[in-house]
Ligand binder design. Structure first.
Ligand code: FCB
Length: 461
């Protein structure tokens, strides 16, 4: 149970909730949408729990107007969503599929009517399957296709959308997707994962360039899942410390260093040489290091590494097997530890490391708990505690001088949680997948109060 004094956030702070296209939209065959790598993962592998698919999800493609009304009733001042590339270009390149683009145009109009600031993410993992068939992110061409797609969406919406993110968590799109089969496209090829890292970075820079050429006024950012990493337990050989260093290089610095400083970290270059190396061509780093207007950070928990007798940390550049657990801590339904102070520490560390760090948005933060709806209400005190503790940590980072402009809870509503299917529930709003009924949980009403007072009341002694 968190405790602390009443605190207020800076004036104009954005209070939002986040979603992503594949996780909520459904409507996979509507209006000319093409298949994505997550449709393939759902329908043609057994790697998604219980064979769940995104075919219907929360049916947001058809219920978007009610969902925006719900956001307004919850008092949100911002909403982060992603555009499905396969709705805009069903095969990943070529002309716009107008009905797909119109969907987002209507959504944006309605958000603005309700006074809700849209934040648009161009890529939240749903690569058109045709592009994967042509090589996917390990292929350099994909970066150029992405920039063309970004320009098409920007052309249509930049008059109404001010906050643009290229990628969501490119670590997942590359090192997870191509080195760990549980994540689409379900490949287990470390060398390809390594190539994908560079092409994700390159595509980010190319897309920002392409969008700025159309209109220099929008605010461009990227969303990274950065995390503090700690060694726990005895580490006589220093193996865990080295694993932590490598994990930090691949999860954090292989993104922040090229994007914010125009270079790859030497240790990451050396580690990845074992997997064929990063396919950097002349001029790429200048392209990647486009000045950013903001940085989005998705924060769920710190990560922990412990020495594994006889274990090898070098097996995969995804480093998934290097993650241990916080000693004796409480966990959410994902098995993730609850480490709110890590959010403060991460932000202060970034500000100290990058003195010219752009303004930050917390673009995702939240927890999975499966509290049921009983008689039309859902009491979820653990989610309220989690959010409250993280908001207090965020406030402490602001107090310490980090320029944070907004916070987006993950998620607005329950949704398709990737390889876990519908088994993990992150929503402020509960979804009954049988009826599609939306029931705001206690945490949603609690969040409405936070937004209304732009801060937190005193809690505990
Ligand atoms: C993040 C993803 C988001 C959701 C949360 C729980 O890594 O960006 O789509 O799955 O985790």
């Amino acid at each position: 149970m968190p405790h602390g004094p009443a605190v207020r956030f800076p004036e104009g702070f954005l209070w939002g909730a986040a979603t992503s296209a594949f996780q909520i939209e459904g409507g996979v065959h509507q209006d000319g949408r093409g298949p994505s790598i997550w449709d393939t993962q759902c329908h043609h592998t057994d790697l998604v729990e219980d064979g769940h698919t995104g075919d219907v999800a929360a049916d947001h493609y058809n219920r978007w107007a009610d969902d925006v009304e719900m956001m307004a009733q919850l008092g949100l001042t911002a909403y982060r969503f992603s555009v499905a590339w396969p709705r805009i270009q069903p095969t990943g390149f070529g002309p716009v599929n107008q009905p797909g683009l119109d969907f987002y145009s209507r959504l944006v109009d309605r958000l603005l009517e309700k006074g809700i600031t849209p934040m648009l993410t161009l890529y939240h993992w749903d690569l058109p399957q045709a592009l994967e068939d042509a090589g996917g992110w390990p292929a350099r061409d994909t970066a150029f296709h992405f920039a063309e797609y970004a320009a098409l969406v920007f052309e249509a919406l930049h008059d109404r959308v001010g906050l643009w993110a290229t990628h969501n968590e490119p670590w997942c799109s590359s090192l997870l997707g191509y080195a760990d089969p549980s994540h689409a496209p379900g490949r287990s090829e470390p060398a390809e994962a390594t190539r994908a890292v560079h092409h994700l970075n390159l595509s980010h820079g190319l897309a920002v360039q392409a969008m700025r050429a159309i209109d220099p006024h929008a605010q461009h950012g990227v969303v990274l899942n950065l995390t503090p990493i700690h060694v726990v337990g005895e580490d006589p050989e220093g193996a865990a410390a080295d694993a932590a260093r490598r994990f930090d290089a691949l999860r954090n610095r292989v993104w922040t260093e090229p994007m914010l400083r125009g270079r790859y970290p030497d240790d990451a270059l050396a580690d990845l040489a074992a997997f064929g190396g990063l396919p950097v061509e002349k001029g790429d780093l200048e392209v990647i290091a486009q000045p950013l207007d903001w940085l989005g950070i998705n924060y769920y928990n710190d990560n922990f590494v412990r020495a594994q007798p006889g274990g090898s940390w070098a097996g995969t550049p995804g480093m998934r097997d290097a993650v241990g657990f916080a000693p004796g801590d409480d966990h959410t339904d994902m098995g993730w530890p609850i480490t709110p102070d890590g959010l403060r520490a991460l932000l202060v560390h970034l500000r100290n490391t990058y003195p010219d760090l752009p303004p930050v948005y917390i673009t995702e933060n939240g927890c999975a708990y499966d509290d049921p709806v009983v008689d039309g209400v859902c009491h979820d005190p653990r989610r309220i505690d989690y959010l409250e503790a993280h908001l207090r940590a965020l406030r402490a980072a602001i107090e310490a001088g980090v320029d944070v402009r907004g916070y987006f809870a993950w998620s607005l509503m329950d949704n398709f949680e990737w390889s876990h299917g519908y088994h993990k529930r992150f929503g402020l709003v509960h979804i009954d997948y049988g009826t599609q009924a939306r029931t705001p949980r206690d945490s949603a009403y609690w969040y409405r109060g936070v937004i209304a007072r732009n801060g937190l009341d005193r809690v505990g002694g």
